[in-house]
Design a protein around this ligand. Structure first.
Ligand SMILES: O=C(O)CCC(=O)C(=O)O
Length: 330
């Protein structure tokens, strides 16, 4: 599966990598993370793992799943991660793929834990609401193998060439990208993919995810930078939204609506709205975890009144899990 184990020596090799990335949607840069950087990254991950505030709560990681560990915004958390984001040959490849001056879009640690089901297939550029396929890539993602990635421990799975079509189809079996520790999977943001299932009893699959975007995916003025955090925090909702620091952005709303539709389907079939916490629907969506997240947000006063009302109106919805958390038959 190796596409490269070092910096491209020649222009020819560089062009070969780039054209495979465009055509297939992904390439593997084998063994590119040196031992020193790898050790430093693992050390930083261990430091953050001990910081309860850094690690996302299980309920807030619907996509990642409840036996996985997820830490977001690594770029802000350590110079070691910042150094890693421009490891060679990523800058030259990304400049060629996304256009010069590419930006970091997001950074996270994602460790797939034993027993974790596969993620639902998804793309990473769903924020960009343009007709697909895009004329040129806007988002590129990297998944870094901090340990060996195997079919058993949850290696990333991709649907080759799915970035080339308007409606990617997850019906055919995906390709599992097994990688040695220190290798990086680089893929097109429109490529359908997921973290695979970890079917082992005790093997962890730690990975870093650095996502990049074309430089034009930003406003001309950066309000957070210009106004400062304090002033931005004091803005009203409408101003926050325009300043781009409001997290109720529409793709999230779209995901919430999709989850609601899945729950309605579940209610129709099962006659109640209390799927077991571990319930996963036919498409691999973790509906039980989503329901749990709505209840938890509500108990903390974090659910909007509109969403509260819509869930309350569902026939068979309950704000408390039956029997203090025990599952009903799915
Ligand atoms: O960790 C992986 O293999 C991929 C994770 C991913 O696609 C995601 O969390 O959105």
């Amino acid at each position: 599966m190796s596409d490269m184990g070092r910096k491209p020596d020649t222009n020819e090799e560089f062009l070969r990598l780039l054209s495979k990335l465009h055509e297939e949607g992904s390439i593997v840069l084998e063994d590119v993370v040196g031992d020193d950087l790898l050790a430093a990254l693992l050390c930083e991950v261990e430091r953050l793992r001990g910081d309860a505030l850094a690690v996302s709560a299980p309920f807030s990681r619907g996509l990642q799943g409840s036996t996985s560990t997820h830490i977001q915004n690594l770029f802000a958390k350590s110079a070691v991660f910042r150094r890693a984001t421009h490891l060679e040959p990523l800058p030259i490849l990304l400049d060629a793929f996304l256009g010069q001056g590419h930006l970091l879009f997001a950074s996270a640690f994602n460790e797939v834990g034993p027993g974790q089901a596969a993620q639902r297939p998804h793309t990473d550029d769903m924020l960009i609401q343009l007709p697909r396929p895009f004329p040129s890539p806007v988002i590129a993602n990297t998944v870094w193998a901090l340990s060996e990635f195997t079919a058993e421990n949850g290696a990333t799975q991709v649907w080759p060439r799915s970035h080339l079509v308007s409606e990617p189809d997850a019906t055919p079996p995906p390709t599992t990208i097994e990688m040695r520790q220190g290798s990086i999977l680089l893929y097109h943001g429109s490529l359908l993919h997921r973290a695979g299932a970890n079917t082992t009893k005790g093997s962890l699959r730690p990975g870093l995810i650095f996502t990049y975007c074309s430089q034009y995916i930003r406003p001309y003025e950066n309000q957070l930078w210009l106004m400062g955090r304090e002033q931005v925090d004091a803005l009203d909702a409408a101003d926050r939204s325009l300043a781009g620091v409001n997290w109720e952005w529409s793709p999230r709303d779209a995901l919430w609506e999709e989850s609601l539709r899945r729950l309605q389907k579940y209610i129709k079939k099962n006659g109640h709205g209390c799927p077991p916490q571990s319930y996963i629907d036919d498409d691999g969506y973790q509906l039980g975890a989503w329901v749990g997240e709505q209840r938890q947000k509500n108990s903390k006063g974090l659910l909007s009144s509109g969403r509260h009302e819509r869930l309350s109106k569902l026939c068979g919805w309950e704000w408390e899990p039956p029997h203090g958390g025990a599952a009903r038959p799915g």
